[in-house]
Write a new protein. Structure first.
Length: 436
């Protein structure tokens, strides 16, 4: 009874209950809570941390080691095929390696699954612009601008594309929009002045020397101007000077090319010469070609063309009919195959047909250096008198090309022709190209 009264007596203060000795202290609870939050933070940080493979890629880029960076991304994709970020980086690296068809495949792979990825849209637009596919690049940049309207670098890129399309009025309008979006953007303030137009012309100067085992050496000097006036029309003009068999000759050639849509072209031209009996007096030719893009792992694209060429010598007439196929392979390799038939008609003899063939394999070597090897059967050119007549020949050749910059390059080649009747010819040549 006393115990009950003690517990129910309102006048008696109720004692404060103490924590049982077996329960943790208040400090221990705070400590546990702290470590729990710390562990959660570490888990979140681990999820947001930059992957090791991407750290390595960025380190390789700082050292300008694009090849190793590409190997890292490809290893990542091999281990995690669904990693879209790795596919995106592989697309960038392939583009920087000038392996453009493969880069386009990677960009499209990512965009098929993440169509709103602005970085990938911009990357593909840059790739198209490098390939001078300006109209397609413009469409992509319009898409990127719709996704990120306040991103000023999209507007700057669009200016460059518009400049290449020669739409000056829209370019100036776009410059004002860029300034409104980013008043501190230096490129946007400079407008067109900061982005000179793409090169439209290429001047190429070259020479080659022929060594024969049956006569004196011969030489050729040539100057060629290629001009692309717009998306539809281009021209080629060439001057050639020949020193052969104690005679001098000169020739002027002109060619006009019309692009028929995105995939077809038609070329026609002619040549006139002071022949001196060693080159044709006149020539005429035309070519029709068609290109197509192939979504295949081994063949990225194909160009086919048909050529017809007439040569008029003092004492002979020659007609060649031929077809050429050019395959675009992975890693910037190319394979060309050309076959033709030549009808030769001489004033002192009848006429007959001769088959000819030629193949060439092109490949990259190191950064800006590329090369090719080729093999031909029969006469590959009827532009000199010594390449006409009745003889059998096999020609082996190799060439190298080095790009100093995007506007300058130099090329060199060696060709050895083994003919019937124990004759042979060795040709060494070089040329320099400048685009402006």
């Amino acid at each position: 009874m006393t115990d009950i009264q003690h517990l129910t007596n309102r006048a008696t203060p109720v004692p404060i209950l103490a924590w049982p000795a077996s329960q943790p202290s208040f400090l221990a609870v705070l400590t546990a809570l702290f470590f729990g939050l710390f562990a959660c933070g570490q888990l979140i940080s681990a999820q947001e941390a930059v992957p090791n493979w991407l750290i390595q890629v960025r380190a390789d880029l700082k050292k300008n080691d694009l090849t190793h960076a590409l190997n890292v991304t490809e290893q990542r994709i091999a281990n995690n095929p669904s990693d879209l970020e790795a596919h995106g980086w592989r697309g960038r690296l392939l583009a920087w390696h000038n392996r453009w068809p493969e880069a386009e495949t990677e960009y499209r792979y990512v965009l098929n699954q993440k169509p709103d990825d602005v970085d990938m849209v911009i990357g593909l637009a840059d790739l198209f612009q490098w390939q001078r596919r300006s109209a397609e690049a413009l469409q992509l940049l319009d898409r990127a601008r719709a996704l990120a309207p306040n991103q000023s670098d999209i507007l700057v890129r669009r200016e460059r594309v518009l400049a290449s399309l020669r739409t000056a009025s829209e370019t100036h309008t776009q410059s004002r929009q860029s300034l409104a979006a980013s008043s501190t953007d230096h490129d946007a303030k400079n407008g067109l002045a900061a982005h000179p137009n793409e090169p439209r012309h290429e001047l190429r100067i070259g020479t080659d020397v022929d060594f024969f085992n049956y006569t004196n050496a011969a030489s050729t000097f040539d100057t060629t101007l290629n001009s692309r006036w717009n998306r539809s029309w281009s021209t080629t003009f060439a001057l050639d000077e020949y020193q052969r068999f104690g005679e001098s000759a000169g020739k002027f050639t002109g060619k006009l090319t019309r692009n028929l849509g995105k995939a077809d072209w038609l070329s026609a031209g002619s040549a006139v010469a002071h022949d001196a009996g060693i080159i044709p007096r006149a020539e005429a030719f035309f070519e029709y070609g068609h290109g197509m893009r192939l979504h295949h792992t081994l063949v990225r694209g194909l160009e086919t063309s048909y050529q017809q060429h007439w040569f008029w010598y003092r004492n002979a007439r020659i007609l060649t009919l031929g077809g050429t196929g050019l395959l675009y392979l992975p890693r910037d390799w190319t394979w060309l195959l050309s076959v033709s038939a030549a009808r030769s008609e001489f004033s002192t003899a009848g006429s007959d047909w001769q088959p000819n063939g030629h193949t060439r394999l092109g490949f990259p070597l190191w950064q800006r250096l590329s090369g090719n090897v080729s093999f031909g059967v029969g006469s590959e050119s009827f532009a000199q008198i010594d390449q006409t007549g009745h003889f059998a020949a096999r020609t082996f050749a190799g060439a190298l090309r080095y790009k100093f910059t995007d506007t300058q390059d130099v090329s060199g080649y060696v060709a050895c022709q083994d003919r019937s009747q124990g004759r042979n010819q060795t040709t060494v040549g070089a040329n320099y190209g400048f685009r402006f």
